[in-house]
Design a protein around this ligand. Sequence first.
Ligand code: DP6
Length: 352
Amino acid sequence: MILPSKTEGQVKWKSPSNIALVKYWGKYGRQFPKNASISFTLSNAYSITQINYTHDPARIKNLVVNFTFEGKSNKAFEDRIISFLLSIKDEFTFLSNIALNIDSENSFPHSSGIASSASAMSALALCLIDIKQKIEGKTLSKLEFTKITSHVSRLGSGSASRSIIPKLAIWGEHPSFKSSNEYAIQVDEFLHPIFDNFHDDILIISPNEKSVSSTAGHKLMDNNPYAEERYKQANERLVHLTESMKIGDIVSFGKIVEDEALTLHALMMCSDPSYILMEPNTLHVINLIRSFRQKTKLPIYFTLDAGPNLHLLYPDGIKKEVESFINKELKTFCHNGKIIKDQIGNGPEKLL
Ligand code: DP6
């Protein structure tokens, strides 16, 4: 048998985080979602991953991984990456004869409370498929590359499947969309111009690590008494949300997005065991946002990830008013006054 010759090289990708508007919460099988979700791809919150690789079937008989985070070894991240790579080894056989030197960094501080699995796993998936193309000497079409990298990202972390897609992504089968459980798709047709340069300011209420990981939270949905109703509701909200977005009805967009954020946290509170990831200041800021909105009639809304931090969503046209509101009323409730200013973004970028 003639083994393929040795290939060495370097790849580097930058991939953004995303914020779900209708949330993925509950999964089954090999990382399939219990309901479809939709998200804005972000711009300033991203991971950069670089891999130096040697593929040599004649000499390397295993998967060899050396991982560093921002130049330093990080056991917890390395373990997650290795178990992910091992989980896809059967599908991607080149991983059985390769040495990978992986270094990753985030644009946001590690302890900012920002979940990094979406950006980190998507950046890793982009590097892996890029390496596969180089080893096989084949270049996929842009469409095929997006599909397969979103699929591989999903296997690393469900929400990461959406980070591959520019601007607005849907992941999960749904009768009203040509979407899939395997990978996310781009749905720009729902982006009314009011969403051009749309803002997402992330208010860091607490930088602490979550007491219950998202993966554990998904698992608790299996026995949640409201689960089935929730999956139905999420799929219905997705239809209403996209209809509102298409016509630029920001008031109903905002209502659905806030309902989704609070539903996510309500599901955590009625899991068994129950848990609460919001902090007192999360609620305080929510109340301030709602009374500011009532007073000014400005379209500013919030959403939450699986954590205490608030994402402030608003159109570019009101950025001055929002900035002064944040500085005057909200900043004091943020950890060390920390806010990450972000906006809807154009998806991943190849750096090397
Ligand atoms: C609340 O994608 O982090 O952010 O698939 O187990 O890695 P795993 O979970 P993850 O869950 C994200 C949950 C969420 C909602 C969302 O992004 O849709």
